[in-house]
Design a protein around this ligand. Structure first.
Ligand SMILES: [Ca+2]
Ligand SMILES: [Ca+2]
Length: 319
């Protein structure tokens, strides 16, 4: 009679994977914790601060798309990026695992990864979900996964952020920094993308100094004074009002952008002398000359008089 033995054992410590072509698919850990010699690539936001705890990291499959095509998707926005790719395993987040610090990851992907692969990228957002993200880093995972790296988690195939190739974002002295993803949501940049079709318009249409509707008013002026950048008949309106012996300079002012610096000016002679800055405050008008568009209001400033004429103008500068 043969006796068989059931053997139980406890694996203690480091378990190394075989090296070379005999590697089998194994679960993956993505890390930048610096266990390998050389620089450690921190994950940073666009201001080069470490990405906060909880920022989403994921591996996504972009199939046969080129780096340029993936970068275009990243530029278009977090949701476009996600929709155009397939998730590989479940997402993780910055700061989990032994790292537990902003800008670092030890991301366990509980899905087997073959030695040879193509199309997989590490996608790192600056928020816990793509819906909330405004910036992203996209790194291409090498086509051939290196053999196990000593010091990484045993039985996991190791993917070092250092070994990845930048597709979207930028390199910094500390590692990789995110870049803005998607359309801006505030200020001039958000406004101008509502003025023109982003798909069918040349890039220069969206510059503050451009005048695509050829009405003589640059885009920034149209934004600051409540006219439309795509309609030539719609131009900034500035006017003078007289009440008794007092003159007022009136203009539409954007109410929700503190980066705009408006200044009123006057001069008694349009052909001699120079413009003088108005010293009085710009106050909301009591009776608007026309309906103000959303986010704008009419304001007026007192203009001095020193003769039969007073001329007024208003300037705007973006800080
Ligand atoms: Ca214009
Ligand atoms: Ca216009």
């Amino acid at each position: 009679m043969r006796t068989t033995f059931q053997t139980a054992f406890l694996s203690v410590g480091f378990l190394s994977l075989p090296i070379g072509g005999s590697l089998r698919a194994a679960d993956v850990v993505v890390s930048n914790l610096g266990v390998t010699p050389g620089p450690t690539s921190l994950l940073e936001d666009s201001d080069e601060n470490p990405l906060p705890l909880g920022s989403q990291v994921s591996i996504r499959d972009f199939g046969g798309l080129s780096a340029l095509e993936v970068a275009d998707l990243a530029q278009a926005g977090p949701l476009t990026l996600v929709t155009a790719s397939v998730a590989f395993g479940s997402p993780g987040s910055v700061g989990t695992g032994d790292g537990a610090a902003a800008g670092t990851i030890e991301y366990l992907v509980t899905k087997a990864l073959a030695v040879e692969q193509d199309g997989l990228h590490l996608v790192v957002f600056n928020a816990p979900a793509p819906e909330e993200a405004t910036e992203v880093i996209v790194l291409k995972i090498p086509g051939t996964i290196a053999a196990d790296v000593p010091g990484f988690l045993p039985s996991f195939r190791s993917l070092a952020v250092d070994d990845m190739e930048l597709v979207y974002g930028r390199t910094t002295s500390g590692g990789f920094a995110a870049e803005t993803s998607g359309r801006p949501t505030t200020g001039f940049e958000a406004w101008i993308y509502d003025q023109f079709d982003p798909e069918g318009s040349p890039d220069e249409f969206f510059l503050p100094t451009s005048d695509p509707d050829d009405d003589g008013a640059e885009n920034l002026l149209e934004y600051a004074f409540g006219s439309q950048a795509s309609v030539a008949d719609s131009v900034p309106r500035t006017m003078m009002r007289q009440e008794g012996a007092v003159f007022y300079l009136q203009y539409l002012k954007r109410l929700d952008d503190e980066d705009l610096n408006y200044k009123g000016w006057w001069r008694p002679d349009i052909s001699a002398g120079s413009w003088i800055e108005l010293t009085g405050s710009a106050d909301p008008v009591t009776s608007a000359p026309a309906a103000a568009p959303e986010n704008y209001g009419w304001v007026e400033q007192v203009v001095p008089t020193s003769g039969p004429w007073s001329f007024g103008r208003v300037s705007v500068q973006r800080n």
